[in-house]
Design a protein around this ligand. Sequence first.
Ligand SMILES: NC(=O)c1ccc[n+]([C@@H]2O[C@H](COP(=O)([O-])OP(=O)(O)OC[C@H]3O[C@@H](n4cnc5c(N)ncnc54)[C@H](OP(=O)(O)O)[C@@H]3O)[C@@H](O)[C@H]2O)c1
Length: 310
Amino acid sequence: MRVFVAGATGAIGQQLVPRLVAAGHEVHGMTRSESKRAVLDELGAVPVVADALDPDQVAEAVGRSRPEVIVHELTAIGPLDLRHFDRDFALTNRLRTEGTDYLLSAGQAVGVRRFVAQSAIYGFYARTGGPVKSEEDPLDPSPPRESRESLAAIRHLEQRVLGAQWTEGIVLRYGAFYGPGTSMAPGSEQFDLIRKRKFPLVGNGAGVWSFVHIADAAEATLAAVDHGSPGIYNVVDDDPAPVAEWLPALAETLGAGKPMRVPRFVGRLFAGQTGAAFMTEIRGASNAKAKRELGWRPAHPSWREGFAAA
Ligand SMILES: NC(=O)c1ccc[n+]([C@@H]2O[C@H](COP(=O)([O-])OP(=O)(O)OC[C@H]3O[C@@H](n4cnc5c(N)ncnc54)[C@H](OP(=O)(O)O)[C@@H]3O)[C@@H](O)[C@H]2O)c1
């Protein structure tokens, strides 16, 4: 098939494109910058230069590629201060709202038969009830103030993709990425903070995280390009775990001292309501549906071994 990947040069894109090529697909990879054509060449994609926030450029790029499938992996997550979550996610939010709309209408014009888009589990499911959520579980009805716009942007993306009756809309709710090219990898900022004991355990550390190795996320996406009924899939590992469990384990893997402990109100002061919710309240997710319907099995079923291999 001809597959158009928006976000082909990103952390997930760079893992996904070679897998699509190896599976025999013709990949057209989008970037904003002429200078990244070479990266796409090397990955085996036909480079397409266009700005995802310019509807005419997107329409022209998709119109020229005439793909059967579009994969939307656009984000622009720079340095993040959790106290100003929406501010730091502003560009990503535009990519998830306007960017999604432009890609969908360009896709509709050429009649793409499948549209696969990146969503996320973190901060998304209601912070009540059991620790591990399925795709049917309710979303957070009142997200923390500083991340409200960002969650609204993800919901916009999901609603538009799932509501597109003219195509097969697939939403992949990825867990927290780790591994090469991500913000949780050797040499990355987050690993560095943990090594320097600047990533404290807040309150009871009961927030449940679901991780996914970036290569496993790419494998699930490859499967979703090819099969699986339209709908939502959690793409996470088999081992959702509270911060109080994974953070000390990761610190040990990195050869760091035990994480510092701070009370919840101190966490809220330094990381805002969103940061405190991430550390004490969020829920993890189940990958049962992705395994069942996409036939996907993570090669790194648990972060316990995965972090050490990252
Ligand atoms: N589930 C998760 O845990 C999760 C999800 C997303 C990100 N992250 C983390 O956040 C880190 C940083 O992510 P990131 O979003 O900065 O970068 P990224 O992973 O490098 O990907 C961003 C992609 O979006 C493209 N893009 C952005 N704006 C565009 C525009 N206006 N027009 C066309 N393409 C555009 C970029 O293309 P060009 O730059 O080539 O134009 C690039 O391919 C990642 O490494 C990852 O670890 C985690």
